[in-house]
Design a protein around this ligand. Sequence first.
Ligand code: FMN
Length: 351
Amino acid sequence: MSAILDGLELPIVGAPMAGGPSTPELVAAVSGAGGIGFLGAGYRTVAAVGADVAATRALTERPFGVNVFTPGGGVRADAGELVAYARRLAAEAAAAGVALGEPRHDDDAFAGKVEALVADPVAVVSFTFGLPPREAVDALRRAGSEVWITVTAPDEARAAARLAPDALIVQGVEAGGHRGVFADDEDASDLTLLVALQLVGEATDLPLVAGGGLATGAAVGAALVAGARAAQVGTAYLRATEAGTSAAQKDATATDAPTRLTRAFSGRTARGIVNRLLADHTDAAPRGYPEVHHLTTPLRAHGRASGDADLVNLWAGQAHALARAEPAAEITRRLAAEAREALESAIRRLR
Ligand SMILES: Cc1cc2nc3c(=O)[nH]c(=O)nc-3n(C[C@H](O)[C@H](O)[C@H](O)COP(=O)(O)O)c2cc1C
C-alpha cells in the first residue's frame, strides 16, 4: 500500500530522467499539476542532489521523489573487451577532437546519496538497476520516505517484494533510457509493458506503477485498466518547457526516427533514437556499466555542446514522436483528461 499513490490527484508519475531532462522545474511542475515528479540522482554528486532537492522544495510544497541507481546490477566489464571498444571509438574521438574518458568502475556514490536522503527525506525514493540493500530500504522508510523499486519481469518483482517496498515500478521494453533489469545479460527480460504488468500483477499484490511507451492519455488509460495505479511517463516530457533536455535530443525526439536497444554509450542496455554512433557501434559494444559510460562521456558532451546529434545518447521510448513541446503541467493534465475520455469511450464499447 502506498499513501502517496492513494493521495495522487492525477495518476501520473513524471519519470526520473537523469542526465539533464529532470530539472527541479520539471519535477515541481508535474507535482504541482497533481501528479508526482521525480528527480534523477544518477550521475550527480551527493551535493548536487541535495541542491536539486532544495530547489524543488522551493518551487512546490507537493510531494516529489528522487531516483537512485542501485549498484551491483552491472556485470563487471571484461578488461580486454573495454580496450578493444576504446580502440574502436578512437577514430570518433579524434574526429571530435576530444580524448576518451577513463573507463573506471564506481557506484555513483550510492551510500552517500542514501545517507543524504535519510537525513533530508523526500516523499518517495525509487531505485532502478536492481535491488537496493535491505538496510537502505529500512533506513529510508524509517526516515518517512516511501520506497519504490523498478522491475521488468515477475521474478524481479518477487525478489523485490521480499524487501516490502511501498510500490513496484513495472518498466516495459518500450521505455526510453536504461532498462531497469537487475542483471543486464542474455537472460534479461524483454517483456513489453502490457505483458509485464499482467505477469507482475499475478506475482505480487504490491501497488504497481507502469512505464514504457505511454505518450497519450489513451495509453495511460490502458495501463490503468491493466492494473497500474499510475503511469510513469518519461519521453512524453522530454520536450516539455521545463525539461533540461539538450537541443540535439529535443530535436531528435520530435522526429519519427526509429529507436533501438544499445550498450554503445554506457555499457548497459538502454533505448535510444538511432544515430550514427548507435548504428555503427551497438553490435561491438561490450557489457560494462559504468565503465563504458565514463569512456564515452567526453564524446557525448562534445556532441551536445557542438550540436552533433550523432555523438549523443538520444534516450527515448518507442512512442517519442508523440512528445509535445508544452508546459509540463499541461502535459500532465492532458494525459489524465485524455485517459478519462478514452476509458469512458472504451466502457461504452463494452455495453
Ligand atoms: C532520457 C531518459 C532518462 C532516464 N533516466 C532514468 C533514470 O535516471 N532513472 C530511472 O529509473 N529511469 C530512467 N529512465 C526511464 C524512465 O524511468 C521510464 O522507465 C521511461 O521513461 C518510461 O518510458 P517512456 O520513456 O516511453 O515514457 C529514463 C528515461 C529517459 C527517456
